[in-house]
Design a protein around this ligand. Structure first.
Ligand code: RB5
Length: 157
């Protein structure tokens, strides 16, 4: 299977990050991951003070790209800025997701490895459903593998 990552996967750890708009959800995500028995690394931010989403998306995406984390979860106001930044990194397939169905398909068809959530657009109950679906859904492979491989060969990312 073609996986363009800087290193092979070393862990099942989850990298998480948020800007000020996503900070409160990030703290709740930590509780959720603990309750699921999952390990995580928190790349900040650590308060609701205004900050810049690319800083956090960059560190989380680097961690996944390097094989230090299996998945990344990013939260900003919309999820959009986080996904844009994360997708500039080698081997990253980030999806900004607002429904359980999209979370499922992002894993099954796109083998998405970074989930971006918009705290200003998505209720916490919905975010929780999106996260648990994303983390429990397997990539289908088959024809989707060929398409996922092309994402990386055609973009050299
Ligand atoms: C911050 O105000 C907001 O722009 C940011 O959280 C995010 O939504 C960007 O995509």
């Amino acid at each position: 299977m073609f996986v363009r990552q800087k290193n092979k996967m070393e862990t099942h750890m989850i990298a998480i990050g948020a800007d000020h708009a996503g900070f409160e959800y990030k703290e709740k995500i930590k509780d959720l991951l603990r309750s699921m028995g999952l390990e995580f690394k928190d790349f900040g931010t650590n308060s609701s003070e205004s900050t810049d989403y690319p800083d956090y998306a960059h560190h989380v995406a680097e961690s996944v790209s390097a094989g230090k984390a299996e998945y990344g979860i990013l939260v900003c106001g919309t999820g959009i800025g986080m996904a844009i930044v994360a997708n500039k990194h080698t081997g990253i397939r980030a999806s900004s997701v607002e429904s359980r169905e999209a979370a499922k398909l992002a894993r099954e068809h796109n083998d998405a490895n970074v989930l971006a959530i918009g705290a200003r657009l998505t209720s916490w109950d919905k975010a929780k459903e999106i996260i648990t679906t994303f983390l429990s859904t397997k990539f289908e492979g088959g024809r989707h593998q060929r398409r996922v491989d092309k994402i990386h060969t055609l973009t050299n990312l």
